[in-house]
Design a protein around this ligand. Sequence first.
Ligand SMILES: [Mg+2]
Length: 132
Amino acid sequence: MNVLIVEDDAISRKMIEMLMKPIANEYDLAEDGKIAQYLFNKYIDTGNRYDLVLLDIMLPKMDGQTLLQKFRKKEKEKGIQGKSSCKIIMVSALGDAGNIMEAFKNQCDGYLTKPYNKRNLIEELKKLELIS
Ligand SMILES: [Mg+2]
């Protein structure tokens, strides 16, 4: 599984990295929205794809909701749809209905509210059939 972790807070990023390390084959880390967009586009443009993006919402340079829209737009341009599109889980301290609804409207696959633990993350990954 190839994973893109987008998280600006260093401690949260380290935590999510440690949780994903035993599960992911490869993962990239992005600490702001611009880096995330660059990595996502570069990956797709070189014929690869992420299986999973863990996407924070409050980010410097570009927020996670905007990124989510840009990721889906990029996939659409490349003809990547349905089963072959990447799974995107929002991971945010923002747990209000407005943000959750917007994220699902923008085609996220899951939503984890911080603070979360390993079990919550594993449950989400199982739900999306990324792990068994
Ligand atoms: Mg953040």
